[in-house]
Write a protein that binds this ligand. Structure first.
Ligand code: UDX
Ligand code: ADP
Length: 479
């Protein structure tokens, strides 16, 4: 048995909600999909005629929006109307790490989940399936259920209530930059829930484009924990390969060759073992912190320490890169221009959340460098916001003596050649395709000598860089 779903809404028009619902709308043309957000500017950007101005850059997304927008895909700030008409509601709001109070620095801040659940409780009519899609701590479904039940209880005091809810967990596994492909051809779909009718209703929707054998149904808590565990495992692979990258640099081994050799073992597999300046993105750190919080709460201190080390290596890798740049440039960056290529946390996205570029560039600014930044998709407002926040933490944490000392500066450029002009070093931090084909001869002519190239993604043509007269350092190699 399943319910007939005619109207879906998704609360949260961000990196998860927007692309997920664009694919839902495309695959389910007979269902009306409303993507809701309190942020009116974001909704206006989703409704912008100019598809270049969508709030999120994701390959293939603008085509889907163009095809389905205002047919069965709508973006709106009207929560009341759209929630009241929905048979199924996805919760896809932000769940960052708490910055103050109980669990600060580890637990997720659930204020946005709570506020949108309250909106659902207030405006929903009849029976509504409420689905957690954002990454959330284990047991969040309980919080959602409690809130929804308490609203019904209160309303029942005054009149007969004709509303009911069932709660499912359906975590999203898309990776930014590849979101549309991940959504159209997922490795698996995970649905957690106790109410079989609701589970089936969601499963039937996915079966329009996902083979049944790829749809895994579990209890609520397994589903919630699997999302955290999957991200923790992926992050752990990156910390593992990054730890090996440091050993390569001191032994003469090459990280590319080691990755190739270990990845050929089918038990290990060749995906997710590229060394990098550290993992970023909104999920990995947050989810591991969640796991750590859960472990500590349950007195599983050894397990908690194990996962903490994945984060420790990630922080260390970022520091290692900035320290090495300073060392190679004679121990000081004072009045030196450092060109930074890439600020997004990975290629093919304009997202900067937790990007390793933030900490690395901030370290260079603390060393008084003049940093020139170029990223093909990230807006300068995002870069300014991330660096201002980061350096504010630095200023707050330092003693008076250091507070007085002047920091370096940064500027964002739209032309890559402006970054090369008079630069003492170029640091590649994101693996954008266009950085793979840079004309290093031209760059070398524009730079100030002795000039360095630091490639933290191992993407450039080493021979060409060296032949152009530039000094080269590649992460995970001893050149
Ligand atoms: C991740 C998960 O992959 C996805 O399943 C989940 O839904 C959300 O979190 P995302 O953060 O968007 O997705 O991107 P991902 O491709 O996983 O990359 C995360 C970070 O790891 C990036 O900074 C990337 O550069 C880094 N990374 C990835 C590496 O350093 N090496 C690799 O081999 C792969
Ligand atoms: P994610 O990467 O998980 O999609 P984002 O931060 O990109 O996270 O998007 C989350 C969106 O959820 C934001 O646009 C935010 O404005 C929206 N949001 C947060 N709380 C609410 C709420 N109570 N009602 C509607 N939208 C909300």
């Amino acid at each position: 048995m399943s319910l007939k779903i005619k109207n879906i809404c998704c609360i949260g028009a961000g990196y998860v909600g927007g692309p997920s619902m664009a694919v839902f709308a495309d695959k389910l043309p007979n269902i009306k999909i409303n993507v809701l957000d309190l942020n009116k500017e974001r909704i206006a950007a989703w409704n912008n005629e100019d598809l270049e101005k969508l709030p999120i850059y994701e390959p293939g997304l603008s085509k889907l929006v163009e095809k389905n927008r205002n047919k069965n895909l709508f973006f709106s700030s009207d929560l009341e109307k759209n929630i009241s008409e929905a048979d199924m509601i996805f919760i896809s709001v932000n769940t960052p790490t708490k910055t103050s109070g109980l669990g600060a620095g580890q637990a997720s801040d659930l204020r946005w989940v709570e506020s949108c659940t309250r909106a659902v409780a207030k405006y929903a009519k009849n029976h509504t399936i409420v689905i957690e899609k954002s990454t959330i701590p284990v047991k969040t479904a309980e919080l959602i259920k409690n809130l929804l039940d308490s609203y019904i209880k209160k309303e029942q005091k005054y009149a007969k209530v004709h509303k009911s809810f069932s709660i499912l967990s359906n975590p999203e596994f898309l990776a930014e930059g590849n979101a549309i492909n991940d959504l159209e051809f997922p490795d698996r779909i995970l649905i957690g829930g106790e109410d079989i009718e609701s589970v089936d209703s969601l499963k039937i929707l996915y079966e329009h484009w996902v083979p049944t054998e790829k749809i895994i149904c579990t209890n609520l808590w397994s589903s919630e924990l699997s999302k955290l565990a999957a991200n923790a495992f992926l992050a752990q692979r990156i910390s593992s390969i990054n730890s090996i990258s440091a050993i390569c640099e001191s032994t003469g081994a090459s990280i590319d060759e080691v990755s190739l050799a270990i990845g050929a073992d089918t038990r290990i597999g060749n995906k997710f073992i590229s060394s990098s300046p550290g993992f970023g993105g909104s999920c990995f750190k947050k989810d591991i912190l969640n796991l750590i919080y859960l472990c500590d709460f349950n007195s599983l201190f050894e397990v908690s320490k194990y996962w903490q080390n994945v984060l420790t290596i990630n922080e260390w890798q970022k520091k290692r890169v900035s320290k090495l740049i300073v060392e190679k440039l004679f121990g000081t960056l004072y009045e030196k221009k450092i060109g930074v290529l890439g600020f997004a946390f990975k290629a093919n996205t304009n997202d900067t959340r937790e990007s390793p570029a933030i900490d690395i560039v901030a370290d260079l600014i603390v060393e008084k460098a003049q940093v020139a930044i170029y990223d093909p998709k990230v807006q300068k407002e995002s870069i300014n916001m991330e660096l201002n926040n980061n350096l504010q933490n630095f200023k707050n944490s330092k003693n008076d003596y250091l507070q007085d000392s002047k920091l370096g500066e940064w500027a964002c450029y739209e032309e890559i050649d402006d970054v090369f002009k008079n630069a003492d070093a170029i640091v590649i931090l994101t693996e954008w395709d266009e950085f793979k084909t840079i004309d290093w001869n031209n760059a070398s002519n524009l730079m100030r000598y002795p000039a360095w190239v630091f490639d933290t993604r191992s993407i450039i043509n080493e021979k060409e860089v060296k032949e152009s007269g530039l000094n080269l350092w590649v992460l995970g190699k001893s050149l």
